[in-house]
Design a protein around this ligand. Structure first.
Ligand code: NAD
Length: 385
C-alpha cells in the first residue's frame, strides 16, 4: 500500500461545505485509478475560526509545528480575523512557512462562456513570487511619526523628492527571492516539456526592483539551465525559450495572443493581478486551483476566499478545491488520478447541472448545490475510469 499523509485545514465560511464535496472526489479518483493500492491519509489541523472556537487561538502552535515538518497540505479559505493582531492568517502562513512560490495553472474547460474568441488556446501556469515586493506589508500611514521620519531621511540624506505627509510603502526585492522563484518556474517548465517561460516585470520604470528581477531571472537561466534554455532571439531548436515582457504589455498580449504564453514567472503584485485576470478568461475563480510552495512543502488551496454571503447555503462551487487536489496528485506523481479528477470536472460541466456561479456562464444550465455538483464530478470520475 502506497500511502501519503496530507494535512488539511477546513477553512472558514464555505470551507466546510466545499471540503465535504471535494474529499470523496479525490479519494474516489485514487480508488478508480489504483484500487486499494494507494491512498491519501488525511490528518486535520486547526486554523481560523474553528481553531479559535476550540483552542482560543486562530493559528495554534501545534498547527504551525506540524506544517513545518510536512511536505503535503491542503487548506480551505481562511477569513482575516478583525482586531486580533493578525494582518492575515494566509500571509502569516506564507511568511512563516517560506511559501515563496504561488503557482496557479490557467486552463480552459469546454462549455464555459469566456470573453475570449478562442479560449481553448489558453494553457498557462503563473509562478508568482510570494514573500517580497510591496506585498511584504512594510508600510506606514500618511502623517504617522514613522512615515514623517522616513520622509525626512529620504529627502535630506538621499535627495528623494517626497512629501512630508506621504504614506510610505517599501518594495524590497532580492536576488535570492527572485532567483528561487524563477528556478522553480524553469524546473517546472523543463519537467513538463513546456515551450517557454516569460519573465513579467515593470523594469522599464522600477529599475532596481522589477528590472533587477528580470536581470536575475536571465542570469539564473544562463547559470543553472544554460544548456537547456535559449533566449527569444536565438533559434529554439527544441530548447526552452526564456523571454520577458513588461507587465502592462503582457496584459494586452495574453488577451490577444494567449497561445504565445506558457509558463509565466513574475513578481508578487504583478502576479496577483495577472493570475486573477487570467482566471477570468477561462471562467473565473470558481474553477481556478492553486498551490503555495516552499522547497519542502506544497500547500494546495483554492484561489477564492470564504464567500461569507453564501456560506452554509449549499451554493458554493467546490471546483477550485477539487482541482487544487488534482494539482496535489500531479505533484506526487499520481497522474492517472489527477487526470480522472479533471475528466470528472469536464463531465460534470457537460451535464449542465452546475453551481450557481457557473450556471450564469453556461448557456442552458440548471443550478445544483455544492454537494450535488460534487456528486456529479464523482460520477464523472467513475465513468471516466
Ligand atoms: P471571496 O473569494 O470570498 O468572494 C468573492 C466573490 O466570489 C463573492 O461574490 C463570493 O460569493 C464568490 N465566491 C467565492 N468563492 C466561491 C465559490 N467557491 N463558489 C461560488 N462563489 C464563490 O473574496 P472576498 O469576499 O474578497 O473575501 C472574503 C474573505 O475571504 C475575507 O476574509 C478574505 O480575507 C478571505 N480570503 C481568503 C483567501 C484565502 O484563504 N486564500 C483568499 C481570498 C480571500
Amino acid at each position: 500500500m502506497d500511502e501519503r499523509q496530507v494535512y488539511w485545514i477546513e477553512g472558514d465560511g464555505i470551507g466546510a461545505e466545499v471540503w465535504r464535496a471535494a474529499r470523496p472526489v479525490l479519494d474516489g479518483a485514487i480508488r478508480a485509478a489504483y484500487g486499494e493500492s494507494r491512498r491519501l491519509v488525511w490528518e486535520e489541523l486547526l486554523a481560523g475560526e474553528k481553531a479559535y472556537a476550540e483552542t482560543g487561538n486562530y493559528l495554534p502552535e501545534a498547527t504551525l509545528a506540524a506544517l513545518q515538518g510536512a511536505d503535503l497540505a491542503m487548506k480551505g479559505p481562511l477569513a482575516t480575523p478583525v482586531g486580533t493582531g493578525f494582518r492575515s492568517l494566509n500571509v502569516t502562513l506564507r511568511q512563516t512557512l517560506e511559501l515563496y512560490a504561488c503557482i496557479r495553472p490557467v486552463q480552459y474547460f469546454q462549455g464555459i462562456e469566456s470573453p475570449l474568441k478562442a479560449p481553448e488556446k489558453v494553457d498557462m501556469v503563473v509562478f508568482r513570487e510570494n514573500t517580497e515586493d510591496v506585498y511584504a506589508g512594510i508600510e506606514w500611514p500618511a502623517g504617522s511619526k514613522e512615515a514623517r521620519k522616513l520622509a525626512a531621511f529620504l529627502r535630506e540624506e538621499l535627495g528623494a523628492r517626497i512629501d512630508d505627509l506621504a504614506g510610505i510603502g517599501i518594495k524590497p526585492m532580492t536576488e535570492k527571492g527572485s532567483k528561487r522563484l524563477v528556478r522553480k518556474a524553469l524546473q517546472f517548465a523543463l519537467d513538463q516539456r513546456r515551450e517557454s517561460v516569460t519573465l513579467v516585470h515593470k523594469g522599464n520604470i522600477m529599475k532596481y526592483t522589477e528590472g533587477a528581477f528580470r536581470g536575475w531571472g536571465y542570469e539564473l537561466a544562463e547559470e543553472e539551465f544554460g544548456t537547456q534554455t535559449v533566449t527569444e532571439s536565438q533559434d529554439a531548436g527544441g530548447k526552452l525559450v526564456v523571454k520577458d515582457r513588461i507587465a502592462d504589455a503582457m496584459f494586452q498580449e495574453v488577451l490577444i495572443s494567449p497561445e504565445k504564453y506558457d509558463v509565466i514567472a513574475t513578481t508578487n503584485l504583478n502576479g496577483d493581478y495577472l493570475s486573477d485576470a487570467l482566471a477570468a478568461q477561462v471562467g473565473g475563480l470558481g474553477l481556478a486551483p492553486g498551490v503555495n510552495m516552499s522547497d519542502q512543502l506544497g500547500f494546495f488551496e483554492p484561489t477564492h476566499g470564504t464567500a461569507p454571503t453564501i456560506a452554509g447555503q449549499d451554493k458554493a462551487n467546490p471546483g477550485s478545491l477539487i482541482l487544487s487536489g488534482a494539482l496535489l496528485l500531479d505533484h506526487i506523481g499520481w497522474h492517472e488520478a489527477a487526470g480522472l479528477v479533471r475528466a470528472g470536472v469536464e463531465a460534470a460541466l457537460a451535464t449542465k447541472e452546475v453551481t450557481v456561479d457557473l450556471a450564469s456562464q453556461i448557456s442552458g444550465a440548471k443550478t445544483v448545490g455544492c454537494q450535488g455538483f460534487g456528486e456529479r464530478i464523482l460520477q464523472g470520475v467513475e465513468d471516466a475510469a
